[in-house]
Design a protein around this ligand. Structure first.
Ligand code: MEV
Length: 329
């Protein structure tokens, strides 16, 4: 039995545009998904998921029969969970040259699902790490990040960049542009997260931006503008200029809203943060619902979000400089 964990993440800048080759800067936060993998004697997979914001589910499946879910959450959550674990198991089997290895997989997550905090990337990366170790193989960080990307790519029908999976695998702040992924220096950031209790469908949201970009030149220009903004954001990050970072986050939220991926609750939380004098605020991740991230060294934003209709949870999120790690073996 091996347990590995990986952190969630927020995007300081660049989600969606990163899918079209623009740079993005996500950073890992101190909220983790823990995945425990135990090899089975047969080739079946049993997934049990326990999420702090959900009731959880158990499903078992394999070569000889369909799944038999013991379900108390929505079918789409089970389907999504199983799709990601399945893709991770395939990567682990391939890496360890064990095509018919079976596993019990237990997922415990402090990261709300599909809410822009990298839950699927964290589960996939931790699952591949734990499953390969359980089969006696230890992957280096680069291969783990690559395999996690390929698993997410498969599970999301090709609509994925390397940003989420690279960030949660290596931890800290990272810069991703196409296949070029690297860690970057970042000061401690006073991040506050607001969560509306909902989630967006990443595949659908990415496809929506793709359609807009194909239809309107100015949508394609907006995506490129996000890229320019990210480059300015990198300079502000390197200089530790939090005020400039905040201004650029506000700008980035406006561009994401123009691309149609914000929502009423995300906009309300962003405005509540701004009214509370946050240095900046934006949605994080695919959008459509889920989380915003604000920059505020004071308690004002957290307090304001707690009283904002449509905000279910607000919390401070420290930058996590550690990526995937083994919790128990
Ligand atoms: C989702 O967390 C971030 C997107 O940019 C998609 C991706 O990069 O894979 C919307």
């Amino acid at each position: 039995m091996v347990t590995s964990s990986a952190p969630g993440k927020v995007y300081l800048f660049g989600e969606h545009a990163v899918v079209y080759g623009e740079p993005a800067v996500p950073c890992a936060i101190e909220r983790r998904a823990r995945v425990t993998v135990t090899e089975r004697a047969d080739d079946r997979i049993r997934v049990h998921a326990e999420d702090l914001s959900l009731d959880g589910f158990t499903v078992e499946y394999g070569s000889d029969a369909g799944g038999t879910p013991d379900v108390n959450v929505s079918e789409s959550v089970v389907e999504a969970g199983v799709r990601y674990v399945d893709a991770a198991v395939e990567q682990a089997r391939d890496a360890a040259d064990a095509p018919s290895a079976g596993f019990d997989v237990d997922v415990e997550s402090e990261i709300p699902l599909g809410a822009g905090l990298g839950s699927s990337a964290a589960v996939v990366s931790a699952a591949i790490d734990a499953a390969t170790r359980e089969l006696g193989v230890e992957l280096d960080e680069a291969e783990l990040a690559d395999r996690a990307y390929r698993a997410e790519f498969d599970a999301q029908d090709g609509e994925a960049s390397r940003a989420d999976t690279y960030c949660v695998t290596v931890g800290g702040a990272v810069r991703v542009e196409g296949d070029d992924c690297r860690s970057i220096e970042a000061p401690d950031l006073p991040l506050v997260v607001g969560f509306d209790g909902g989630s967006g469908d990443t595949g659908e949201l990415v496809a929506g931006v793709r359609r807009l970009r194909e239809e309107y030149d100015f949508a394609a220009d907006t995506v490129e503008t996000v890229g320019d903004l990210v480059r300015s954001g990198e300079d502000a990050l390197a200089a530790g200029d939090l005020e400039e970072l905040g201004r650029l986050m506000n700008f980035n939220h406006g561009l994401l809203a123009a691309l149609g991926v914000s929502s009423r609750s995300l906009d309300s939380m962003v405005w509540a943060a701004r009214d509370a004098d946050a240095l900046g605020a934006k949605l994080t991740g695919a959008g459509g619902g889920g989380c915003i991230v604000a920059l505020d060294p004071t308690d004002e934003t957290e307090t304001a979000l707690a009283f904002t209709p449509g905000c279910e949870d607000a919390f401070r999120a420290e930058l996590d400089r550690e990526g995937v790690r083994v919790e128990a073996a």
